[in-house]
Design a protein around this ligand. Sequence first.
Ligand code: ATP
Ligand code: MG
Length: 268
Amino acid sequence: MRRDMAATVFTIANQKGGVGKTTTAINLAFGLARRGVPTLLVDLDPQANATSGLGFEKEAGRSLYGPLHGEGAAADKVLATRQDNLFLIPSEVDLAAIEIELGQKDDYLVQLREVLKPLVEGERFGAVILDCPPALGLISMNSLAAANHLLIALQCEYLAMEGLSQILSVVEQLKQAGVNERLTVGGIILTMYDVRTNLSRQVADEVRKHFPTLVFDALIPRSVRLSEAPSFGQSIFEYDALCSGAVAYGKLAGEMAQRFSLQSTTHT
Ligand code: ATP
Ligand code: MG
């Protein structure tokens, strides 16, 4: 299927750890692919949780380390998955070294953008999703320089919005410095929502009040099924397609496709 548009690039970057970034990256990418959007998930975290969560082994030589190091092309790292329309560039522990190596280059913020360019500007993908480590280091900064939109995973807990100002100011700085003028905050995804607690509801209400247009309607519930799926190397759609987590990520994928006009290629 030929596409005549560049892919839309999303980064799920956030300095906060354990807030559902990777769970969202996997299931959002899978959800978009199920809807027929050709989607590339790029695992940029040396922990490689997105890689293992999709059932892939961490293997040396498969990550973007080589291309970022000047060896080989990103296109050679793209793997097909079990799901039609879903592709993965895995990570492995070598990627940790790239934080240091990037710092030694002149254009250290735009290396990832350059490496991904042929994949983004080609006709193969409609969406590219970058899963980042929990730090605003050079990998995350490069992802923000390469992206059209930042997606923020926000855990529905006490002080949820505390860390938001830091990532929002980084976005502004990158725009003002001319590193990535087109970057927007594409949306806030409320994760680990616990229907049994008032706190979750209060946090969700509060975030919605502050960012009425940014917060997606889909509320990702705290769900044992969502936490179990990665240990089976499966997305939630494979592990338990009828559970509340699968329904929520399916809804999020629908909202994403609509908000960013992500085209399905299966019915055209
Ligand atoms: P890191 O910062 O380490 O990369 P992360 O932000 O990518 O973490 P995840 O790995 O997605 O976060 O989630 C952290 C932990 O919480 C994992 O064990 C995951 O399985 C679990 N988890 C994520 N989302 C949910 C959810 N909605 N309900 C229950 N458990 C969840
Ligand atoms: Mg993660």
